[in-house]
Write a protein that binds this ligand. Structure first.
Ligand SMILES: C[S@+](CC[C@H](N)C(=O)[O-])C[C@H]1O[C@@H](n2cnc3c(N)ncnc32)[C@H](O)[C@@H]1O
Ligand SMILES: C[S@@+](CC[C@H](N)C(=O)[O-])C[C@H]1O[C@@H](n2cnc3c(N)ncnc32)[C@H](O)[C@@H]1O
Ligand code: SF4
Length: 443
């Protein structure tokens, strides 16, 4: 077994279908997409509490990185004022639609949200606070690209209400950074990191990528150790995914560059986990490591299957639109392109492009797929909140295939719940095939 997809924070629409494409149970999944009132077990989920996390997408970047296919646009003239008004308006509309009374965390992602003025961030947070309770100590994160211009904005972000930063360091090697098409040097990163730690001590995270063309286990370990000498209490570690349509993908297809072999990628991941853990970090999720309790609250909402509202072009959300009289959770995605999205927000208050009712089985599949990414896995209590009438033991405890995975040391099902072992976490995608099949069979 080889390590699976590591850069997965929120459940994308394609996630389950990607996993299930390899599964013989696709047919059964499609058949199960009935409205939940046709399901005898249907009931209102107790987990749809009156709170949600909130994600805000800033869709612009200064330059296209060679490996990235996230929803981002390189625009020469960004009308920040109009964008701000639209983000403010859509946040208000969607919070009202969900009727949540509390927003548990806010995350500004992108694109490059550190290109936003602090006043734009402040206006969005004010809009959130106008429509729901946002506690003074609620986690508010901004992703920051480490250029000098953005480093100068950090103090402004803090004044605007931001209390956590996630810096896209990616590598500390200038050759790697050029290959990745980043518009900063390693020195820029070090300066930004230093300033971030000064202003946000204990609340500065760094993103770093491994598995780059030309990278060896030795060079990777060198980068990681250098970073560990400088970083704060949170590290996100992503294996480079070669995304179709990116410049890097084309170079690899043409044979101009080659990626490390799968066995080398597996070794890079394993050695990194060991080094991080020996430095006092806890691997609390497949790609995330924290010490001194600096776990990301926002991302944990995704992994725990909680409600979240997605604001901005291409943002994803999962929430119950109670104002529409609904009890079912919906998967939503906002219009991808900024200009049409802004037009829609200005005319109807939001730019939701796609809404899909989630059946109970859809939700449980996400709970399983996302929950097993965490070291604590899915506790019995966690599972019960989503499905009181079907225990983890009933679904997985009688399966011979699941037992085989337990015997091989990949999984644990015990009094705490269902979780991956150390070696299971590295091959989670492969385990999910068996587990999703088992869940569908028990349904
Ligand atoms: C995969 S990276 C992780 C970054 C960093 N390690 C962190 O968590 O602090 C986060 C990216 O995922 C995307 N993202 C996260 N939540 C999203 C949501 N609800 N809708 C759309 N995109 C989202 C955004 O592109 C965001 O920049
Ligand atoms: C979408 S970016 C947004 C934040 C910011 N613009 C940045 O570059 O750090 C969030 C994280 O996703 C990572 N990412 C994007 N494409 C990736 C890929 N193909 N493989 C692995 N990580 C990727 C980025 O490197 C970054 O750390
Ligand atoms: S990795 Fe970040 S900066 Fe680079 S193109 Fe993607 S979103 Fe923009």
């Amino acid at each position: 077994m080889m390590p699976g997809q590591l850069c997965q924070v929120y459940p994308r629409f394609s996630l389950l279908s990607n996993i299930l494409r390899r599964s013989v149970m696709v047919q059964k999944l499609v058949l199960s997409q009935w409205p939940s009132w046709k399901n005898p077990r249907s009931r209102e989920c107790s987990t749809w509490s009156d709170q949600a996390a909130l994600y805000v997408h800033w869709p612009y970047c200064q330059k296209r990185c060679s490996y990235c296919n996230f929803n981002k646009y390189i625009a020469r003239n960004v009308d920040e004022e109009v964008m701000k008004q639209c983000l403010v308006r859509e946040a208000g509309t969607l919070i009202q639609l969900s009727q949540v009374s509390r927003i548990s965390s806010v995350f500004f992602g992108g694109g490059t949200p550190s290109l936003m003025s602090p006043s734009t961030i402040a206006a969005i947070l004010e809009s959130v606070s106008k429509h729901a309770h946002l506690a003074g100590d609620a986690e508010v994160t901004v992703e920051v690209n480490p250029t000098s211009a953005e480093a100068s904005r950090l103090a402004g972000f803090r004044l605007a209400g931001v209390n956590r930063l996630s810096i896209g360091i990616q590598s500390l090697d200038d050759g790697d950074l050029r290959l990745l098409g980043r518009n900063h040097t390693a020195l820029d990163s070090l300066r930004t990191l230093k300033e971030a730690r000064r202003l946000f001590p204990g609340a500065t995270s760094v993103d770093v990528i491994f598995g780059l063309p030309g990278q060896t286990v030795t060079s990777w370990v060198g980068t990681l150790k250098e970073l560990l000498g400088l970083c704060d209490d949170h590290v996100s570690l992503y294996q480079l995914t070669l995304e179709r349509g990116t410049a890097l993908f084309a170079q690899v297809q043409k044979g101009l560059l080659s990626r490390p072999e799968p066995e080398v990628l597996a070794e890079m991941y394993d050695v990194a986990r060991q080094i991080l853990c020996s430095e006092g970090f806890r691997q609390y999720e497949v790609s995330n490591f924290a010490r001194n309790g600096a776990l990301s609250i926002h991302n944990q909402s995704y992994w725990q299957g909680r409600q979240y509202i997605g604001v901005g072009p291409g943002a994803h959300g999962r929430f119950v639109p109670r104002k529409d009289g609904k009890n079912l959770r919906e998967a939503r995605i906002q219009t991808l392109e900024p200009d049409p999205w802004m037009r829609e927000v200005m005319s109807v208050g939001h730019g939701t492009r796609k809404r899909t009712d989630q059946s109970e089985l859809d939700v449980l599949e996400e709970v399983l797929v996302m929950g097993l990414r965490m070291d604590v896995g899915i506790t019995h209590e966690h599972w019960r909140q989503f499905m009181p009438s079907l225990t983890l033991q009933t679904v997985f405890g009688t399966s011979q295939q699941v037992r085989a995975l337990e015997e091989q040391g990949f999984l644990l099902l015990d009094d705490s719940g269902l979780r991956c072992s150390w070696k299971g976490l590295a091959v989670l995608d492969s385990l999910l095939l068996t587990l999703l099949n088992q869940l569908q069979q028990s349904w």
